[in-house]
Design a protein around this ligand. Structure first.
Ligand code: SF4
Ligand code: SF4
Length: 86
């Protein structure tokens, strides 16, 4: 199988207000059985919080920087990302 390396366009980092993960009131959760590995979520995340795909091709979100905006959930073509209250 062809392996696509996933490298963030930008690495997330703390700003003057600290880590954006502290802003979050809802959290994206990936339903891996639905994910088709299209990487639209990775492309659109404004915080570069979708950091990598693990060995099993699972999307990994860095919750230290995910601010819970829900863009990843909105752009996912198969609705594999649900937003849940924390
Ligand atoms: S909820 Fe927003 S910040 Fe968090 S992973 Fe999705 S697009 Fe990125
Ligand atoms: S947008 Fe949805 S289907 Fe595509 S990689 Fe992300 S979670 Fe998977």
């Amino acid at each position: 199988m062809h392996k696509i390396p996933i490298t963030p366009i930008m690495k997330p980092s703390e700003g003057s207000m600290g880590s954006t993960g502290t802003w979050r009131i809802v959290k994206p959760v990936v339903q891996h059985d639905k994910c088709t590995y299209c990487l639209q979520c990775w492309l659109h995340c404004p915080e570069s919080a979708i950091v990598r795909v693990d060995e099993e091709r699972k999307i990994i979100i860095d919750y230290n920087y995910c601010k819970g905006c829900g863009i990843c959930s909105d752009v996912c073509p198969v609705k594999a990302i649900i937003m849940v209250e924390e």
